[in-house]
Design a protein around this ligand. Structure first.
Ligand SMILES: *Cc1c(COP(=O)(O)O)cnc(C)c1O
Length: 377
């Protein structure tokens, strides 16, 4: 096939449901074109209603901003250490550095590709022995697969270290029937363009503590003290979500469940058509885990095969991507300590993310699968 006549298939592209424009139009009609207004409050209550568990959501400009303010709420400051899953997007770790604290990276387990509880406990004991107790733990539900909540939170409780749950990729996923985004002392969501739902760009901090929500919004709106003039006793940020983007979010919340169904169907399609190949393995859900299958990822048998699949797909105008490169391998974090077992290095070598948008057509999926099958042949 020639690139010129084959439609580009993206890894994960925005997928509008239809009512987004109505909410945005309302914002224009009422002139609420500002970082406050009825859509912001409406979107926050939509998130709260969806997650349940008596949570409070603070809609912010990004998932990264939510992580930044989440760490600040947990008291992370200059010189602190924060334990962070190594296999993740850099945005999980960058806000640690914004605060002058130091990331310490923890490797993954095979079952979920997420933070390994053995490595976590080893790291905590070692850091305490070295004289500094970590200030927070950031586990991630990577690609929508929940981390081992029970094991990680048990250790966090045992050592009394708060958890900042990075649920950026896992809205719609559940662990033992409970929604991801409700487990951490603080959790965060992302509504970036490639995520399960999008506001074009945005995120949310999620907390069970109403004072946390109020403080996050205070910081996110330039930390204005209560006065008729501009009075400041703290450093603020410009991190609030706008009423326009929140309007997109309200429309997207109406189709969230449908998006999860579509993404899970993508996974089932790939599995059905490729699982007979001994060179490809899928990440199954352990019992009690329900993944939104944000991205369908495969494990191949070698780096070479992973690369030849990626390049053959690219040649047919199909976007795919290696798994997240672990943070302990990144130049920017070269001087950070890491507790490693080899799992994330190995997954990064052999793993590939396949196109997974909720707007993929069956024709697209057949096209992708046929390129993969031809390359394996
Ligand atoms: C997308 C993402 C973020 C950051 O969210 P933004 O809204 O893009 O700032 C953080 N962590 C993970 C794991 C992500 O995938």
């Amino acid at each position: 096939m020639n690139i010129i006549d084959s439609k580009k298939i993206w890894l994960s592209s925005p997928h509008m449901g239809g009512t987004e424009q109505k909410f945005v139009q309302e914002a224009f009609d009422t002139n609420w074109v500002a970082p406050l207004g009825p859509n912001v409050n409406g979107f926050e209550s939509d998130i709260q209603d969806y997650l349940g568990e008596n949570v409070f959501a603070a809609a912010l400009s990004s998932g990264t901003a939510s992580l930044h303010l989440g760490l600040k709420l947990l008291g992370v400051t200059v010189g602190d250490e924060v334990l962070c899953q190594s296999m993740t997007f850099a945005a999980s770790a960058n806000p640690i550095v914004y605060l002058g604290a130091k990331p310490i990276f923890i490797d993954s387990e095979r079952d979920t590709w997420n933070m390994c509880s053995d490595q976590l406990e080893l790291a905590i004991k070692d850091r305490i022995a070295k004289g500094k107790k970590p200030k927070a733990i950031i586990p991630v539900h990577l690609y929508g697969m929940p981390y081992n909540v029970e094991a990680i939170h048990q250790i966090a409780l045992k050592y009394k270290i708060p958890v900042l749950e990075d649920s950026a990729e896992a809205l719609g996923s559940t662990y033992q029937g409970v929604k991801c985004g409700t487990f951490g002392d603080i959790a965060i969501l992302s509504f970036n363009g490639n995520k399960i739902i999008t506001t074009s760009g945005g995120g949310s901090l999620v907390t069970k503590n109403k004072a946390h929500k109020e403080k996050a919004i205070f910081w996110a709106t330039q930390a204005r003290d209560n006065a008729p003039h501009y009075e400041h006793s703290e450093i603020g940020y410009n991190y609030r979500m706008s009423n326009i983007t929140a309007g997109i979010g309200r429309g997207q919340m109406e189709v969230l469940d449908a998006h999860v169904d579509n993404r899970r169907s993508n996974f089932e399609f790939y599995k059905k058509h490729l699982e007979e190949s001994s060179e490809i393995k899928f990440l199954e859900e352990p019992s009690g885990y329900y993944s939104n299958r944000w991205l369908t990822c495969i494990e191949t048998t070698s780096y070479q095969l992973r690369e030849s699949l990626r390049l053959s797909l690219a040649e047919e105008n199909i976007e795919s991507r290696p798994l997240w490169k672990p943070m302990h391998q990144q130049a920017v974090f070269a001087d950070c300590d890491a507790y490693l077992n080899g799992v994330s290095d190995d997954l990064f070598d052999r793993g590939l993310c396949l196109p997974s948008g909720s707007n993929l057509e069956e024709d697209d999926l057949y096209r992708i699968v046929s390129v993969i099958k031809n390359t394996l042949r």
